[in-house]
Ligand binder design. Structure first.
Ligand code: ADP
Ligand code: MG
Length: 230
């Protein structure tokens, strides 16, 4: 209980509805979704394909504006704010991890982790030091100068985790991050991410099809046809 009192609300979605307009058709995707992610908490988001998991993560990450409802990051309203403010909050507070690593092939592992920092105005030296620290924490000290094509799937995904943490975000949003990995690499990547989330005391929401992994997270949220199932 005292554990819970110490935790702060990193992400809060309240009564979120989302409808896509496709040509003249309306596609209702999210139907009154409310959820919270606390600091140091790793929450699984599960549900069949097409049920709205990626849409929910995009809304939580301020990449998409919900048709209605509220999104708060660190108790700040993130719906009724300018696009510039959204971009700034996204850059500072949100880290994304996708199913495929989406690293830049022409850059090395360390350069891929430096890039988001350089974009935020961090000096090259500081970005390099931070990237090295992160990659070492992820067991990649011998892969700093490797390009993505020379990395295994699990290693590339660990670089993507380092990149997601590069600007010290408060929340990590991961969309099926272990979906392309074999079971052993998936568990390894998950374990590293879990330890980092706990050590850094940040929040993490992970869409996953992997029920075994979902069951060892702190909490599991099921989305079915756009609604949360309890
Ligand atoms: P999931 O990640 O659970 O597989 P998605 O959030 O990707 O689900 O998609 C939910 C539904 O929304 C699907 O029916 C999909 O076709 C639809 N959808 C997703 N993105 C768009 C879009 N940009 N325009 C129209 N429909 C979309
Ligand atoms: Mg998806």
């Amino acid at each position: 209980m005292s554990d819970k009192i110490d935790k702060k609300e990193i992400l809060k979605l309240k009564n979120v509805y989302h409808t896509y307009k496709q040509d003249s058709q309306k596609v209702k995707v999210l139907n009154n979704v409310s959820l919270e992610v606390l600091s140091g908490e790793m929450v699984a988001l599960i549900g069949p394909s097409g049920t709205g998991k990626s849409t929910l993560l995009n809304i939580a990450g301020l990449l998409e504006t919900p048709t209605s409802g509220t999104v708060e990051v660190l108790s700040q309203d993130c719906v009724n704010i300018s696009e510039n403010m959204k971009t700034s909050i996204r850059g500072k507070e949100v880290g994304f991890i996708f199913q495929s690593h989406r690293l830049f092939q022409e850059f090395s592992a360390i350069e891929n982790v430096m890039l988001p920092q350089l974009i935020m105005g961090v000096t090259k030296k500081n970005a390099e030091d931070k990237s090295k620290d992160l990659l070492c924490a992820l067991g990649l000290e011998k892969r700093l100068l490797f390009r993505p094509a020379k990395l295994s799937g699990g290693e590339a995904q660990r670089v993507a985790i380092a990149r997601s943490l590069a600007n010290s975000p408060n929340i990590i949003l991961a969309d099926e991050p272990t979906g392309n990995l074999d079971p052993i690499s998936a568990k390894n990547v998950y374990n590293i991410l879990y330890k980092l989330i706990k050590a850094l005391g940040i929040g993490c929401l992970i869409a996953t099809h992997n029920i075994e992994l979902a069951n060892i997270m702190d909490r599991c949220i099921t989305l079915e046809n756009g609604s949360l199932k309890y």
